[in-house]
Design a protein around this ligand. Structure first.
Ligand SMILES: NC(=O)c1ccc[n+]([C@@H]2O[C@H](COP(=O)([O-])OP(=O)(O)OC[C@H]3O[C@@H](n4cnc5c(N)ncnc54)[C@H](O)[C@@H]3O)[C@@H](O)[C@H]2O)c1
Ligand SMILES: N[C@H](CO)Cc1c[nH]c[nH+]1
Ligand SMILES: [Zn+2]
Length: 799
């Protein structure tokens, strides 16, 4: 409730001199008969008074002017009883809501908008007559107390209406608070008036006083200064406030003062073009967001940059809230249509790009050029994580329903279940030819042979000392989730590259995941064929980060796996990185296996057509793939031959558009010798390395970093992709420095064991005790000492 006194403003100059205390009431009545139209609008718009009513004289203002008052912050129209006839006109013709019209009845104005309160004529006091003493008298007359000590419970809130604490006021303290315009209360422990902050420095500017509905409690709205309201130095007596928008505003205000020069926030404050661009970017991302998590994520980003703009321009959240309040009072609203430039328009037909498909050429001595050539065309981790995090969290928290939503959003397929269980229905094999089965069978057998050969033949056992037998034995990882890409191309070859070693390693449960086809919501029959051959129990019909999350955390219909494997685009790779770092997921991954890449080393004698075909075979994987040719002493003529071959072959490919984009960030690097070329390759650490050079085999010894090597002119990388036997799931982004490609061990873990005899204990026991003593771990030492002592290998009092 507001206080029953209603200051009548009939003169703006008097208001200006008295507003320091008059505004504590939180409401005013503008006198329409004394003020002109501009004064009314200016006051309602600019003065921060929560309730601005207007006494509307008959026939002084036009309809448009009345609407302008209500649209600019006037909350209610007070009409004298003799003018009541205009109410019909206001409600019917001007559409003024009934609850915003207050007609005088028996000397009472009964306001029902925003507050429910009766104002009697005698409580409407001209601003000229409103003195501090009168105000104090009115406030004290209004509040009651049933406490024996005569104090009033007083709720203290900040300007955002957040509760700071509960205190007590006496009549005297209220009078002093109004007089000083500060937070002044009555201290029950000290039994005296308490001017908040007088000793602590944590004072308060008083903004408004009101009472509750039955006038037995006061509310002080204050602006808290310094550390906070509580004596424990928190903002409120109930602890700190949650960060939220208000918290972010104060943090940004602080940053405006102290952010270091090189910080991002400082850059935002100093570069208004950057800040505006970020606001546009975030606004666009919010328009594209779907689902609670993603929308809240994007909205939070937008609010952050919007708040940075407010702070940079000295506009407060309170100003924004005042503006919202004013808009809430508007009675005519904008139609709400968006400006034409934001309305989706028919997109102009994309022009087919033309021009030669050629690689850039850079000399090995050009350091800057080389740095650029060897950097991958990938989005920043933070940006990609930003997109992937909400997807993972949603699937983790909401399981199948979130998974189905993302499949609809990203793959354009509405499914009723996200999983296909073995035995796979006949209809899923439709379209599979005998020729295809034979091709897959041959590839499966070669991959099986190569991977079976990697199984350890026997348990590794080493007697490190007489009586100390150490051993190591493999065990399959029980449940594996195998991701088979299916965005721009269906890859049954990946299904067999992952499924066969999983079967060879004897994993107990093999689950496939692959994005469903848009046409019928199924996965390709070739993938289903491989799934059946390797004994997969399920095919998750989903792709991207959501499929990875479903397998890593499990859903209602998908069991949680122990390890997620397989290649994929940046979303898939980022999701794998996320889950492997989340201890809640308890899930490992094979490696970061992202967009395909190849580095070909060729000399002058290399066949230009072979070289071009190898480059293009990986360039066609995706626009984020990258191919590099390292040429050794290539003549200008050879370079031209290769460029021509790239262009001519590319133009014949159905995926020429993808190739064109990939080649745009691909390079020919010119070196002077074989060793320099291999150094360059080791630096890049390519997923695939092809050696099209004389005596290629002799150079394999110089390869330090690569996923897989293809040696000699007749070893195209495609053979490794499908049928030779090596695995095509390989580390990209330069991770060949530290990761191996998929192999049988990827599907296993290795357990060590040891068996020590008394003789063995005698041989190593003293060493164990010595080091344990140094580490201060006597329990460790005792485990040896007690045994050795019982065996009589050390004296009873051995120290
Ligand atoms: N390194 C290796 O061993 C290896 C092996 C085979 C394939 N690959 C690579 O795998 C990749 C396969 O990529 P792909 O895209 O064709 O298939 P994909 O299956 O990896 O990705 C498709 C999925 O990406 C998700 N997605 C697409 N746009 C999205 C967006 N804007 N936000 C969130 N998610 C989105 C969708 O869910 C979709 O199902 C290629 O880059 C290829 O080169 C690498
Ligand atoms: N070259 C890819 C690995 O980067 C694998 C693949 C599958 N099909 C064709 N190629
Ligand atoms: Zn390939």
């Amino acid at each position: 409730m507001v206080l029953p006194i209603l200051p009548l403003i009939d003169d703006l100059a008097s208001w200006a001199t008295k507003k320091a205390y008059a505004s504590l009431v939180g409401q005013v009545l503008l006198d329409g008969s004394s003020l002109n139209k501009d004064e009314i609008v200016q006051f309602a718009k600019e003065e921060e008074v929560p309730l601005v009513a207007l006494s509307l004289p008959n026939a002084k203002f036009s309809d448009d002017e009345i609407i302008a008052f209500l649209n600019n912050g006037v909350s209610s129209l007070f009409i004298a009883s003799q003018d009541a006839k205009i109410v019909g006109h206001l409600t019917e013709e001007l559409n003024v809501p009934k609850n915003r019209i207050v007609v005088e009845e028996n000397n009472l104005f009964y306001n029902q908008f925003l507050v429910k309160q009766k104002f009697s004529q005698d409580k409407i006091v001209s601003i000229k007559a409103l003195t501090k003493d009168l105000l104090i008298k009115e406030v004290i007359a209004e509040v009651r107390t049933d406490r024996p000590d005569g104090l009033f419970a007083t709720l203290v809130v900040d300007q955002h209406e957040r509760c700071l604490g509960l205190v007590y006021s006496s009549k005297e303290s209220v009078a002093k608070a109004i007089d000083l315009g500060r937070g002044v209360y009555y201290s029950r422990s000290r039994n005296e008036i308490w001017v908040k902050g007088e000793t602590s420095g944590n004072g308060q500017r008083l903004l408004q006083i009101s009472t509750d509905c039955d006038s037995d409690a006061l509310k002080f709205i204050v602006e808290q200064e310094n550390v906070g309201f509580c004596h424990l130095e928190t903002m409120s007596c109930f602890g700190e406030f949650k960060h939220g928008l208000v918290g972010l505003e104060s943090l940004l205000k602080q940053r405006l003062q102290d952010a270091p020069k090189e910080s991002y926030t400082r850059r935002l404050f100093n570069d208004s073009a950057l800040l505006d661009a970020k606001i546009k970017e975030e606004a666009e991302e919010l328009t594209e967001a779907r689902g609670k998590q993603e929308i809240s994520w994007e909205a939070a980003d937008l609010f952050y940059f919007a708040l940075a703009k407010l702070v940079a321009n000295n506009v407060s959240l309170k100003d924004v809230e005042n503006n919202l309040n004013m808009k809430h009072l508007k009675i005519t609203r904008r139609k709400g249509d968006a400006k034409p430039k934001f309305v989706e328009q028919a997109k102009p037909e994309k022009e087919t790009p033309t021009g030669p498909i050629h690689l850039h050429v850079v000399n090995a001595s050009d350091k800057e050029g080389i740095m650029k050539a060897l950097s991958r065309p990938i989005q920043k981790t933070s940006e990609i994580m930003h997109l992937v995090n909400p997807i993972i969290e949603n699937v983790r928290d909401r399981g199948d329903s979130a998974l189905l939503e993302y499949t609809e959003k990203f793959d354009g397929v509405k499914l009723s279940t996200p999983v296909l269980n073995a035995p796979f229905p006949e209809e899923y094999f439709e379209g599979l030819t005998e020729e295809m089965k034979d091709a897959l069978d041959l590839s499966i057998e070669n991959v099986r042979k190569f991977h079976a050969a990697q199984l350890p033949k026997e348990i590794l056992e080493v007697e490190t000392q007489p009586g100390v037998l150490c051993s190591r034995f493999p065990r399959p990882i029980e449940k594996v989730g195998l991701y088979i890409p299916g965005g721009t191309a269906i890859l049954p070859s990946t299904a067999l590259m992952l499924g066969v070693p999983a079967q060879v390693a004897q994993c107990k449960e093999i689950i496939f995941a692959s994005p469903p086809r848009k046409s019928d919501g199924k996965v390709s029959p070739e993938v289903v064929y491989v799934a059946e051959k390797v004994g997969a129990s399920k095919i998750v019909l989903a792709g991207g980060a959501q499929a990875v999350a479903a397998m890593a955390y499990g859903t209602e219909s998908i069991p949680k796996v122990d390890k997620v494997m397989g290649p994929g685009n940046q979303f898939v790779t980022a999701a794998k990185m996320y889950v492997q770092n989340d201890t809640q997921a308890l899930c490992s991954i094979d490696m970061p296996a992202g967009p395909s890449e190849v580095l070909v080393i060729a000399d002058e004698d290399a066949d230009a057509d072979f070289v071009a075909s190898d480059l293009l075979s990986q360039a066609e994987h995706g626009i984020d793939s990258q191919v590099i040719l390292v040429g050794i002493k290539l003549s200008g003529k050879k370079i031209q031959e290769i460029q021509d071959a790239v262009h001519n072959q590319a133009m014949q490919l159905p995926r020429v558009d993808i190739v064109r984009k990939c080649i745009a960030h691909s390079t020919i690097i010119l070196c002077d010798g074989y060793e320099e070329a291999l150094e360059m390759s080791n630096k890049y650490a390519p997923e695939h390395l092809i050696l099209q050079i004389a005596n290629a085999n002799d150079y394999v010894r110089l390869v330090d970093n690569a996923g897989s090597v293809f040696v000699g002119a007749y070893t195209p990388e495609s053979c490794g992709d499908y049928s030779s036997g090596t695995n095509h799931t390989l580390p990209t982004y330069g991770y060949a420095r530290q990761y191996s490609g998929a192999n049988t061990a990827t599907f296993q873990k290795f357990i060590t064991a040891q068996n020590i005899t008394p003789e063995g204990l005698e041989n190593i026991g003293r060493a164990v005790m010595c080091v344990a003593k140094k580490e201060g771990l006597d329990g460790h030492r005792n485990a040896v000492k007690i045994r050795m002592s019982k065996l009589g290998l050390i004296p009873k009092d051995f120290q």
